[in-house]
Design a protein around this ligand. Sequence first.
Ligand code: BGC
Length: 370
Amino acid sequence: MKQAVSMAMAAGLVLTSAMAQGEVKKDSWGKSADGQPLFLYTLHDAQLTVKLTNFGAHVVSIDAPDKNGNVADVVLGFKDVAGYENPKNTSYMGAIVGRYGNRIANGRFSLDGKSYEIPTNNNGNALHGGKVGFDQKVWQGKELPNGVEFTLVSPDGDMGFPGKLTAHVKYTLVGSSLHIDYTATTDKDTVVNLTNHSYFNLAGEGSGTVLDEQMMIAADATTPVNATLIPTGKLAPVAGTPFDFNKPHTIGERIHAADQQLKTAGGYDHNFVLSAKTNTLHLVAKAVDPKSGRTLTVTSTEPGVQFYSGNFLDGTLTGISGKAYVKNGGFCLETQHFPDSPNQPSFPSTELKPGETMHSSTVFTFSVTK
Ligand code: BGC
């Protein structure tokens, strides 16, 4: 077994070193359950190797070096499409989630005086676009220099949402940064909130929990939630609470604190209101694995980020290299507009009208801290 793993690693190294910086490799990746051809795209630069698929526009793996140059895959993922299509996989691991990432209360909202209903899939609410979200769709992939652009046309009425929405998600690798640029247009008034749902474990996927990894989040408030994780509409200052990550803390340090919000969500699963009030790229978060030194810095144009500490992982999903994904085995930093915005008039609007283009960008930068 050990030998098989090291042979596979050696093969991986050969493949990587054979790729020129900036080159994009496209390999066949079987078919989706409904028979559509799937591809695995490999992007490579001096430091990182990133694999993406047109199934759900997922990030499948990100190989990144530690402070001694040892490479590990720092995102959770599956070895084949069956892992992503498995109905027991409700993790959204690495996916692009949409049309509306995060929750819409009771799956209902109204727009221009009309009511819409999204099939609910999470405690009576619609999560990540309803029963069949963008994560389960086969996107159209187009290779670019250093990247891939995925396109999905979501028809009018898809999961109950109004308007035909055309979404483009462009992944590009620039130096040690993975850029994700989103655009969307519609032919009727609609709502849209797209994000990437990668679970990071900077010590390497399947290597245990992230509770000892340090997190900094540039946010002064969160949007606290009710028992089904729907925002109450209030903003709660983080000062003096286990939600204050303005200075770095390990994820595990306060996760079991006597705090009602942490108890409700079984850990961190909250939208943080980012301190920078600009729609240009601003600092979101920085995470460090003190042992390996691997460091992730996140910047985004979005006003919020869902910091989710992998509370619902429970060891039943087996990852890309055969290891079980345990509770708290990865953290997500889902840059986004706030959850349930279509029902919360005080939150930044997620409405999109014909003739407008929704633009959003998020950058994941990898480095090492010595
Ligand atoms: C949600 C979690 C959910 C997870 C996977 C996160 O964005 O906030 O509550 O369990 O996605 O579905």
